[in-house]
Design a protein around this ligand. Structure first.
Ligand SMILES: NC(=O)c1ccc[n+]([C@@H]2O[C@H](COP(=O)([O-])OP(=O)(O)OC[C@H]3O[C@@H](n4cnc5c(N)ncnc54)[C@H](OP(=O)(O)O)[C@@H]3O)[C@@H](O)[C@H]2O)c1
Length: 313
């Protein structure tokens, strides 16, 4: 199959592409800035196309000769006017993608949403717009697209922006680390398992029209994950739950830091459990989810090794 992957240059894409490639699929990554992702072309035959995915006509053209579109575009934070960025990426883009697929005669769509997405009652703009995006994909697909939606909990693995970022924050913190939203519950899922589930869905027609939650083997609090990360990375910090008023203040301040390590919208997302009622990795795809304990030591490293790694790459 020829597959177009929107957002394929990102964290999940970089793990999904080799899986799809090994299964013999033709791959076309649509990227706003392909020059930044030339390493993807190490996969023989991979096409890296410069496309502004928000331009519906360009998107439709870029899907020519493809049988499948996979949407991996998402943002955790937005810049500028509250809501506009989330809406453009999470709501408008899935609507455009559905119409573009119909226009280009692409019949199959896989879409990455998020655990807890809820168009009406989502705790945060992130979760509400993710929920709306699922609806838009369906409404604009007009029953003519074979859609499968995935709702992963937080995704971890080499290159993640979750445990790697947590490790960096722990490293910078002096002695004591007051952790915001320490009791937030989540079920981290390994990025390689997300990739395997997406690839499997392409060969399982019964997944069409379904929505699946993807999670890891167990549920953690953020506090447990922070302490585990500190231990594995060899960072000696006393990690303590920040009282709620301090957590809100941290969110309000840190959303102005470069890269927005934490924001008020993230704070609101953390108020709902980011977990799966039924974990489709096991029940639908027959996979044994890989654990944080097994994978984290393979990629997090000690802070001293980070500079070394940066020097080598
Ligand atoms: N990572 C997680 O923990 C997690 C958890 C739950 C759900 N998800 C969802 O899973 C999907 C993949 O996640 P990911 O971590 O792989 O994402 P990512 O690496 O942050 O981003 C994927 C790609 O999206 C494109 N992109 C980013 N902002 C964009 C914008 N404003 N307009 C158009 N394209 C944009 C970029 O591609 P180019 O620059 O090449 O165009 C980027 O490489 C997303 O929908 C995300 O919301 C992720």
């Amino acid at each position: 199959m020829q597959i177009a992957i929107l957002g394929g240059s990102g964290f999940v894409g970089q793990h999904l592409l080799p899986i799809l490639h090994s299964q013999g699929h033709g791959l076309r990554v649509l990227s706003r800035r392909p020059e930044r992702h030339r390493e993807l072309k190490l996969l023989p035959g991979l096409e890296l196309w410069p496309v502004d995915v928000h331009d519906e006509a360009a998107l439709t053209d870029s899907l020519c000769d493809c049988q499948v579109a996979i949407n991996l575009v998402g943002i955790l934070n937005e810049s500028g006017h509250a809501g506009r960025g989330f809406r453009r990426v999470h709501v408008d883009l899935p609507a455009k993608l559905a119409r573009a697929c119909l226009g280009a005669q692409v019949g199959r769509v896989l879409h990455l949403s998020a655990a807890g997405a809820d168009a009406r009652q989502g705790a945060s703009l992130y979760l509400r717009t993710k929920g709306e995006g699922e609806q838009q994909l369906r409404v604009n697909g007009a029953d003519r697209l074979a859609i499968t939606i995935f709702r992963p909990s937080v995704i971890f693995g080499p290159g993640d922006q979750f445990l790697n970022r947590l490790a960096r924050l722990l490293h910078w913190a002096p002695g004591i680390f007051p952790l915001p939203c320490a009791q937030a519950r989540m079920q981290p899922v390994f990025v390689g398992d997300v990739g395997l589930a997406l690839a499997a869905a392409l060969t399982q027609p019964e997944t069409i029209g379904q929505r699946y939650c993807l999670g890891g083997p167990r549920i953690y609090t953020l506090l447990e994950l922070a302490r585990l990360t500190a231990e594995v990375a060899g960072i000696k910090r006393l990690v303590l739950p920040a009282p709620d008023p301090l957590a809100r203040l941290q969110a309000a301040i840190m959303e102005y830091f470069p890269g927005k390590p934490f924001s008020r919208d993230n704070y609101r997302s953390a108020q709902v459990a980011n977990v799966c009622e039924t974990n489709a990795l096991e029940t639908v795809f027959g996979l044994a989810p890989r654990s944080v304990e097994a994978q984290l030591p393979l990629y997090i490293g000690h802070p001293k090794s980070w500079a070394e790694r940066r020097r080598l790459t």
